[in-house]
Design a binder for this molecule. Structure first.
Ligand SMILES: C[S@@+](CC[C@H](N)C(=O)[O-])C[C@H]1O[C@@H](n2cnc3c(N)ncnc32)[C@H](O)[C@@H]1O
Length: 217
């Protein structure tokens, strides 16, 4: 069992993942309705897929970890779907885990015939990246808004809409979710000092949601 499979239940029940204005926005930008075919890449606890299905969309879930119980076990960097075979391809709060985010965005653009929607935490500082990696070694890197725009355009997509959100994380819950404790937890708190609340109980980070459209060239 890999690190992700062990965490499947934690992601299914995580409030940060299961709810939020960001999730509402991602769902809205996918414009789900009867007959629309959506691929949810790195579905994790399946929160995006669940919400889209409630609107009648036909959703296929994909994830690299069998423990997440996706419809298709696959890495985002290699999607086993034909070119243009899916209307909307979405991925939420996952690209910072991808080993090759450029390849993943290229694959999402290739299999989509219409729209790609991504949400991820934004790059703000090296301290924040170090803290994220120390807490969770599966964190590869977050991108800035500029880097996101560049990646999407390079993949042949036109950016149509960008939205921004902040989330507050209770330190104890956030560290416990991935079993980060002791000296490592202490160092993570130090590295995130500039983003920490006055009472020291929580910290906040920023998220970008982008809707991009397949260029009609
Ligand atoms: C934070 S969870 C995703 C949250 C979920 N999308 C949501 O909205 O609640 C990250 C997921 O990314 C998956 N993952 C990590 N690297 C991946 C990769 N290269 N390709 C596909 N999935 C990957 C993990 O297995 C995990 O399920």
């Amino acid at each position: 069992m890999n690190a992700w499979d062990e965490r499947a239940e934690a992601y299914r029940t995580s409030v940060t993942h299961a709810t939020g204005e960001d999730l509402d926005a991602v769902v809205e930008l996918c414009n789900p309705h009867q007959g629309v075919k959506v691929l949810d890449v790195a579905t994790g606890g399946g929160h995006v897929a669940r919400r889209l299905r409630e609107h009648g969309a036909q959703v296929v879930t994909a994830d690299a970890s069998p423990g997440m119980q996706p419809d298709v076990v696959t890495r985002a960097e290699h999607l086993p779907f034909a070119d243009g075979s899916i209307d909307v391809v979405v991925t939420r709060i996952a690209p910072h885990h991808f080993e090759n985010v450029g390849a993943a965005v290229g694959e999402m653009a290739r299999v989509s015939n219409r729209v790609v929607v991504i949400e991820d935490m934004l790059y703000r500082s090296e301290e924040e990246q170090e803290a994220e990696k120390l807490r969770d070694p599966t964190h590869v890197r977050s991108l800035s808004a500029e880097e996101w725009r560049e990646l999407l355009v390079d993949a042949g997509l036109e950016v149509e809409q960008e939205l921004y959100f902040s989330k507050v994380h209770d330190f104890d819950d956030w560290l416990a979710r991935v079993g980060c404790e002791g000296e490592a937890a202490k160092r993570v708190r130090e590295l995130l000092a500039q983003y920490t609340s006055e009472d020291g109980r929580s910290w906040s980070n920023d998220y970008i949601v982008v809707k991009a459209r397949k260029s009609q060239k």
